[in-house]
Design a protein around this ligand. Sequence first.
Ligand SMILES: Nc1ncnc2c1ncn2[C@@H]1O[C@H](COP(=O)(O)OP(=O)(O)O)[C@@H](O)[C@H]1O
Ligand SMILES: [Mg+2]
Length: 353
Amino acid sequence: MSLAELTVSHLRCIEHAELETSPGLTLIWGDNGSGKTSLLEAMFLLGRGRSFRTRNNERLIQRGKDHLRVIGRIRTTSGEIRTLGFEATPTSTTARIAGRPAQSLAELSNAFPVQVIEPGIHRLVEEGGYRRRRWMDWAVFHVEPLFIDTWVRYTRALKQRNAALKIEAAQAQAFDPELARLGELIAESRHRFVTRLQPYWLDAVAALSGLEVDLHYLRGWGQDQTLLEALTASRARDEARHVTHAGPHRADIAVRIHGRPAREVLSRGQQKLVAVAMTVAQLRLLQDLTQTTPTLLLDDPAAELDGERLQRFIAQVASLRCQLVVTSLHPESRLFGTPERTFHVVQGRVQPV
Ligand SMILES: Nc1ncnc2c1ncn2[C@@H]1O[C@H](COP(=O)(O)OP(=O)(O)O)[C@@H](O)[C@H]1O
Ligand SMILES: [Mg+2]
């Protein structure tokens, strides 16, 4: 699957832009602040329904405008073209797949699998479990089609249970059997993913960083209990704090080096390599399991990697053989070979070169 065409309106500094991207390598170059990252954000929005720079869609809308719109034409594995649309106003977002509203973000992910490596990627290692859960679930969505439905129903049941905890705590336990059943399924799917990932991970982290970092899956409740037992055991605490403490919404992947949290031991640069390795390993696994290759957006990859690290990074990315869209400050950037298409961005205006 790959992005064939992109149309962007009213996104940050981009008033209007249209570009045809290559199924291989596309280069977007321009000065700082010209709008390169904004174009990658537009592509990411199509497959994810959110930006990788902000959780607040309103910030993406061009100042003085009341909505933004992105349209993408996706070439599917069988060669058909499918149109995806994303629109945001300050208070709403709508994603469309071939003209009809997407049912969930997961459905969008399947319509256009897209991943990004950008200067903030170290946050995958440094910050809380939320990012790692999202990272993991994006992959599980692709590998296990049934996961989407389970995940949506779990999220709904969890919301209802939390609402009950606030209003009438005695009602909350009515949700426990359903929550426990769905939660166990989610945990099993994630566990399968992390287990399958291991050989890819060991390869990628060794090649990229040379560090002995391990990824250890934590499912979100105690080891020797079922989820139903954990929910029962934490009922008093749940009622006191009005939230559900046990369950896959509290899962994490512990990133550890010699038994200690990587975020406490590694430099920012090392964390970045570890996060890149997580992402490369994930993409390889998806390629092997699903025969589709996600599109990879690389935002200014040369900026923070030097010499040998950059060479290792390039070798890993090149071996993925996926659609690549790369930004650079330099028109002659040839890090990933000769681009099939190049665009120059000047103050939000995009010109093919
Ligand atoms: N909501 C907005 N409306 C208009 N301009 C914006 C908005 N948000 C950011 N910008 C401007 O858009 C530009 C964003 O460029 P960016 O895509 O980050 O550039 P690059 O990646 O090429 O350095 C900046 O100049 C910024 O000031
Ligand atoms: Mg940028």
